[in-house]
Design a protein around this ligand. Sequence first.
Ligand SMILES: NC(=O)c1ccc[n+]([C@@H]2O[C@H](COP(=O)([O-])OP(=O)(O)OC[C@H]3O[C@@H](n4cnc5c(N)ncnc54)[C@H](O)[C@@H]3O)[C@@H](O)[C@H]2O)c1
Length: 336
Amino acid sequence: MILVTGGLGYIGSHTCVALQRAGHALTIVDNLANSKIGVLERIRALGGGSVEFHRADLRDGPALAAAFERHPVEAVIHFAGYKAVGESVAKPLEYYDNNIGGTFVLLDTMARFSVHRIVFSSSATVYGDPQRLPLTEDHPLGAVNPYGRTKQFIESILTDVAAGTPGFRHATLRYFNPMGAHPSGRLGEDPRGIPNNLFPYITQVAIGRLQKLRVFGNDYDTVDGTGVRDFIHVMDLAEGHVAALRYLLEKDRSITANLGTGRGNSVLEVVGAFERVTGIRIPHEFAPRRPGDVASCYADVSRAFAELGWKTKLGIEDMCRDGWAWQSANPQGYPD
Ligand SMILES: NC(=O)c1ccc[n+]([C@@H]2O[C@H](COP(=O)([O-])OP(=O)(O)OC[C@H]3O[C@@H](n4cnc5c(N)ncnc54)[C@H](O)[C@@H]3O)[C@@H](O)[C@H]2O)c1
């Protein structure tokens, strides 16, 4: 049994489908802080395996322990947390409490149940402003906002716990920019309010929920002046977790690895790809740069390939096609 925290969220839901297809039985723990219960039935239908669900907050130790009690847990995949950079600046204590506090209770509960394997959702944000590109895992860390600092701190906690606990192994996965959706159009990204990420913003303009895409900065030193990011299809990212889990269970070593494509695309290139794939024009306007945004950010992905045997298979147009299939079939996101 694999226990998945935050398994009803965007990346977690796609990963739960991939894990079932790889033959794993799952227990999901989620408090629905940023997801809806209707996702569960879709995860079950698409994955075709066994999925238990516990509605619980990670910080509630007894409720979390109840999820560990039912079946022996082989490993944990830990997605649960808050993820909005801007909100983390406004509400740092909530971010430290939920992300670090939640991880603390999780690790403590794992220790009590002698569970020694964890895959953790880290982020490219831990690198801060890149000193060189592509970003390799040994690039100095220097998160520039509270959200990124929670990730950096949790990485240190995992290293310390591994050093102090014989047999404890972690796979720390630094995601670049996940985008797209399950190709069925049944699962996808369902942000509340105005999206923080580029792609849901584009699709909400396409369906008419928002009028115009605001592009933050067109004077960066990049191919067309707009920011460049390493966009990765969420299905490729999901497979990255299956590979990391296999690594932990078979190789019995810890690893920290970037998960990206290794290529950068500018904001305007993504808009162009979306327009080509869907035939829908996306009106956009330029706005000033956002504080803390960097010009370019993309991964060196050689470690993930060498160690996990994983690399991405899908490109920007696949992300646009599948993301659009989701948004057009579910214009209001998941039902309440
Ligand atoms: N989406 C991205 O761009 C991105 C990039 C890098 C890293 N990450 C990290 O990946 C992970 C998953 O991201 P996502 O995009 O799927 O986010 P998401 O918000 O869609 O999913 C997170 C899930 O965790 C749940 N959750 C939050 N706090 C909880 C708690 N205390 N107890 C139980 N459940 C809780 C939420 O209800 C939600 O279902 C997060 O840790 C995020 O920081 C995301």
